[in-house]
Design a protein around this ligand. Structure first.
Ligand SMILES: [Zn+2]
Length: 239
């Protein structure tokens, strides 16, 4: 019983119980939000938000190619419309393309209809450039029950992060590297950005990859990270 209880709290990240009171009855539904994976294996997922940007995204892709690392891009639909060729390039180079909404307005402040439009429009352009997205990150990491329900309706798993170097505030390259390396743990998800010019991210990325590899880390997409957990979960129940 105790082991089961521990497992309940250690699984993935957060299970939010969304309760809707209907008269006397309570309908409880589980909505999964992933911030990291609980594992001792040295795997980490690099993620990039807000792109594609014509200046920054190609530089990020170049570093990832040089280092032979696959990452996950949470792209904005309105930027993908401007530069579909960059999204296609990222997908063709083996990276995972996920949704970060269409305009980056805060979904939790929108009407359910506007929120639904944001996700549908983003999915439409992403699906034209790559596969239908399976993962979603709300702008600013902000959500409410409606946002989570809409994501679920699209079949998305909602992904947040466990390491945030605040690269969008343009720290120095060395500061960004330190912020990532000081906070990475096995099963972590690193939040970075490629949606604006003049970010330290492309320059910091190569060193981050080299240093973490030297510590024994390998790099996975979000999809691989979650499958990694499924293997572990299955093993737990079988064992
Ligand atoms: Zn964002």
């Amino acid at each position: 019983m105790k082991r089961k209880w521990q497992y309940f709290f250690s699984i993935t990240a957060f299970i939010i119980l969304v309760g809707a009171k209907i008269g006397q009855s309570i309908a409880v539904e589980e909505v999964h939000i992933v911030r990291h994976i609980d594992t001792n294996d040295k795997v980490v997922a690099l993620t990039f938000d807000d792109g594609p940007n014509v200046k920054t995204t190609p530089k990020v892709l170049e570093v990832l190619k040089e280092k032979n690392v696959k990452a996950t891009f949470f792209i904005l639909g309105e930027n993908a419309v401007e530069h579909p060729e960059i999204v296609k390039q990222a997908a063709s180079e083996g990276h995972e393309i996920a949704s970060h909404s269409y305009t980056h307005r805060h979904l939790s402040k929108m009407s359910p209809k506007d929120c639904a439009d944001e996700l549908a429009k983003a999915e439409s352009i992403i699906s034209q450039c790559a596969s239908k997205p399976r993962y979603f990150r709300p702008p600013g990491g902000l959500f409410n029950d409606n946002v989570l329900e809409e994501a679920k309706r699209h079949g998305y798993t909602t992904i947040l992060w466990s390491v945030d170097p605040h690269d969008w505030q343009s720290p120095s390259v060395s500061e960004m590297i330190k912020r990532v390396e000081d906070n990475v743990k096995p099963g972590g998800i690193v939040l970075m950005h490629d949606g604006q010019p003049n970010l330290p991210t492309p320059k910091a990325l190569g060193t981050i990859i080299d240093d973490l590899r030297a510590q024994g880390y390998s790099f996975v997409t979000i999809d691989e990270l979650l499958r990694h957990e499924e293997v572990k979960t299955t093993g737990f129940f079988n064992g």
